[in-house]
Design a protein around this ligand. Structure first.
Ligand code: NAD
Ligand code: GLY
Length: 357
């Protein structure tokens, strides 16, 4: 068992990582809550795969379990689904001394976490993430949200879980595109903070990766935990986690959500920006070539066909933009990164094809 403690004062919690943990979830949940009843929020794909096993483990540990299931996919991360979840929690008679478990990827985690944060002004919740994105990123750090018609994650709060239970074995059923999608974020952690992780990924490939999931997830969660401990409200250091995201989000929006996955957008965003910062002497020579190689090794894009001019309008709406300034995250060398505030007028100089205009 690998465990990481995240120290957030009264909101502190542990992240446990072990293959087969799903079947022992009841014992761990027992240590986290004295609730009598648990609402397990999941999507229909994950519920069909893992809902019965989780319910069995919880019931063996004396819980009265109610399952609340919504349709899988980002399209469900909205106010209508949230209203359905509130109704499901009310129908299940969930009280503030009970608890919610979110079982699934980032969508059940964000949507179910937001429901837990706001139902009855807050019911304790526990995350059981089942995708790479969720196991290395979204289940840790307390950002929960729903999408609005005007943008992704626009209604949300910070609400920390009581614990995170990660079973890497659950990744065996994840479709390959979601594996690569998640690897975009894993490579990001290597870039910003962990040269060892980056070099491990350079040595592995699609077939050998699965033997190393526990270690990879532990390294990513440890980086995220340490960053969140310093900056839980995302005012400074936590922005490092957005490496590749400024251009990545612009790519996702420019092509329409779903064409490029989030991890693919981040991959191209990291590669395009690093090519520019290396040319400017802000990044160690040779870094772009290594980044491009590792991204391509995991079938991730290093650029897109859209012209920089097509991406720029979406960057002017970036959440990291404040007034006339935008904070970029740049990689100085593999495993080292910094925040680089730039003037809005200079954005086109960082969002361009290297060697081009
Ligand atoms: P997701 O939850 O929609 O999962 C992707 C797909 O994989 C779904 O169809 C799901 O049913 C399926 N799936 C999940 N686990 C599976 C498994 N083990 N086997 C087979 N299929 C499985 O989305 P995601 O990719 O996990 O996460 C993306 C979401 O996470 C976005 O909404 C994003 O905004 C959010 N996010 C949040 C944070 C945060 O800090 N809160 C960070 C990153 C991403
Ligand atoms: N996923 C970025 C963050 O949690 O800040």
């Amino acid at each position: 068992m690998r465990s990481i403690h995240i120290d957030l004062g009264k909101d502190s919690y542990d992240i446990h990582i072990e293959k087969g943990l799903l079947d022992q979830a009841g014992q761990y949940v027992r240590q986290l809550t004295s609730a009598e009843r648990l609402a397990v929020i999941s999507d229909d794909t994950v519920d069909a795969l893992y809902g019965d096993r989780l319910q069995a483990s919880l019931e063996q540990n004396g819980y009265d379990v109610r399952r609340i299931v919504f349709k899988a996919g980002e399209e469900s991360k909205n106010m209508a689904s949230l209203a359905d979840l509130y109704q499901g929690l009310a129908d299940a008679d969930i009280t503030r001394s009970d608890a919610v478990i979110t079982l699934g990827g980032g969508v059940p985690g964000d949507l179910g976490g937001f429901a837990a944060a706001t139902y009855l002004r807050g019911v304790p919740f526990i995350q059981i993430p089942t995708t790479i994105i969720a196991q290395v990123d979204s289940s840790v750090g307390g950002k929960v949200a729903v999408d609005l018609p005007s943008g992704k994650n626009q209604a949300g709060v910070f609400y920390q879980p009581k614990g995170v239970l990660i079973d890497p074995e659950l990744l065996t059923t994840l479709p390959v595109r979601f594996i690569h999608d998640g690897l975009g974020e894993v490579i990001k952690y290597g870039c910003i903070r962990d040269k060892y992780l980056f070099e491990l990924l350079e040595q592995l490939d699609d077939t050998t990766l699965s033997e190393h999931w526990d270690e990879i997830i532990e390294r990513c969660c440890t980086i995220k935990a340490r960053i969140v401990e310093h900056d839980v409200l995302d005012m400074g250091e936590r922005m490092l986690l957005n490496f590749g995201h400024t251009i990545g989000h612009a790519i996702e929006r420019c092509y329409g959500y779903g064409y490029y996955t989030h991890g693919e957008g981040v991959a191209a965003g990291m590669a395009m920006l690093t090519a520019v910062t290396e040319e400017k002497g802000l990044t160690e020579a040779g870094t772009t070539a290594r980044l491009d190689a590792v991204l391509q090794q995991y079938k991730l894009p290093v650029t897109v066909s859209a012209a920089p001019q097509q991406l720029l309008p979406y960057i002017s709406h970036d959440k990291k933009k404040r007034g006339h300034r935008l904070t970029l995250v740049i990689m100085n060398a593999i495993g080292k990164s910094e925040l680089l505030p730039i003037e809005s007028k200079d954005i086109p100089d960082y969002v361009r094809k290297v060697g081009g205009e």
